[in-house]
Design a protein around this ligand. Structure first.
Ligand SMILES: [Zn+2]
Length: 423
């Protein structure tokens, strides 16, 4: 069902105006409130019952199915992350994390404070099952009860949320990490409440490097300092996992050193793409093709999009700003990826600064001479690329931070083989 159909259904069962219901629904959904919870809230607003259906059945975690309506589970609380969301125009604190029993673990969202903490064993009565990303999750709302169990619930999963960066995945809540801040910058972004100051950058531990955003803009998160962050959540941003600090995150300076691995993990292309996106990764592949839209390009001054025939997809006819980039297809026999190079890396491949490229284009009266020159220099050679990999329906893009021809290029290898043969 789409929003319109949900609104239609609600309006007819509640006997109220559909336009009003739809506007309320859209408002809630825009704040990431799940559709079931949004509909319950609208039912409550109009005095209907909360829509709780059949009596809940007691289940093992592994047996919970996305088709279950309401269930009762006896579990250990693994993690509790707090987050504040806007709900019907008001700030509301929700709690998210994972429960586990002997059979498995499951994510939950609690829309009020039930008072449980990580490590508690509880029976959660009448939790609503919803589907997220194809998997069941538990929704704890007004009709849910939580009772403390005196006997601890056994589980193979670790309690408390301490995690290495490399193991963080989008959707994780209530995690604790110990990191060194590598890059940190205060920025002002425009949100629905006007301008907001945030702090963002890169953190690292022994296992990996990840981007972070501190929505509280804590000034102490300076480059080079090491901290323990408790209660962070992970969201996907531009295709890679990002550590998020909220107002509920506690930040404690670390007295110990955090060793940081400066190298990006080297991966085969197919495996890197299969992981669904990585912040910092290195691949080596043969450059098969320099794609159209490489060389000299023009960008929209408002949004930075590359112009097509002088037109921005969003802003129409604009006065474009000159830029250079390369989109190159690399293949290592295991997979393919499009490496995207910024102006600086492109100028290096072209062998001259952008002013020279524009001069060459003016002389030839054709911008394509620049892309053609780049093609002549790189196609068929092997390159090492380091950067951020994002994967979506349109393919896999590696936003390059480093792009270098490998030292043992095929011609050298051939020469080496020949000299061995003739020796
Ligand atoms: Zn634009």
């Amino acid at each position: 069902m789409n929003v319109d159909e949900h609104a239609e259904e609600l309006a007819s069962t509640l006997g109220v105006d559909k336009a009003e219901v739809k506007s309320d629904l859209e408002n809630l959904l825009s704040y990431s409130v799940p559709i079931d919870e949004a509909k319950q809230s609208i039912r409550r607003k109009h005095g209907g019952d909360s829509g709780a259906s059949a009596a809940p059945t007691s289940k093992d975690v592994a047996d919970i199915d996305t088709d279950d309506g309401n269930v009762t589970v006896t579990v250990q609380v693994l993690t509790v992350g707090k987050r504040s969301i806007r709900y019907q125009g008001e700030e509301q604190t929700i709690r998210e994390g994972e429960f586990a029993d002997a059979t498995g673990k499951i994510s939950y969202t609690a829309w009020q404070d039930f008072g449980f903490e990580a490590g508690d064993s509880v029976t959660v009565g009448n939790a609503n099952v919803r589907e997220w990303d194809g998997k069941p999750e538990l929704n704890l709302g007004q009709s849910t009860t939580v009772a403390v169990e005196t006997n601890p619930v056994e589980t193979a999963h670790e309690t408390g949320g301490d995690t290495d960066l490399v193991d963080l995945r989008a959707g994780d809540r209530g995690r604790n990490v110990e990191v060194r801040v590598l890059e940190s910058e205060e920025r002002v972004i425009s949100g629905r409440d006007g301008d907001t100051t945030i702090r963002s950058g890169v953190v690292a531990d022994e296992s990996a490097r990840l981007p972070f955003t501190d929505w509280g803009a804590r000034p102490e998160l300076r480059e080079g300092e090491a901290f323990r962050f408790e209660d962070v959540y992970v969201r996907e941003f531009r295709g890679v996992p990002q550590v998020n600090l909220s107002e509920f995150t506690t930040v404690t300076p670390l007295s110990r050193e955090v060793e940081v691995n400066e190298n990006a993990p080297r991966m085969r292309i197919g495996e890197a793409v299969g992981s669904g996106g990585m912040f910092d990764v290195e691949v080596v592949g043969n450059l098969l093709e320099v794609r159209d839209g490489s060389g000299l390009i023009e960008r929209c001054p408002d949004c930075g999009r590359v112009l097509q025939n002088g037109q921005c997809r969003t802003h129409g006819d604009v006065d474009g700003e000159d830029d250079m980039r390369v989109k190159a297809i690399l293949d290592d026999g295991n997979g393919t990826v499009t490496a995207v190079l910024d102006r600086e890396l492109t100028e290096r491949l072209y062998g001259a600064p952008m002013d020279d490229a524009m001069e060459a284009a003016r002389e030839a009266m054709d911008k394509e001479v620049v892309a053609d020159e780049i093609r002549r220099r790189v196609v068929g050679r092997e390159f090492r690329v380091r950067g951020n990999l994002s994967v979506d329906d349109y393919g896999a893009n590696l936003e390059a931070t480093e792009f270098e021809e490998t030292e043992d290029d095929p011609a050298d290898r051939a020469a080496a083989v020949l000299s061995e043969v003739s020796a």
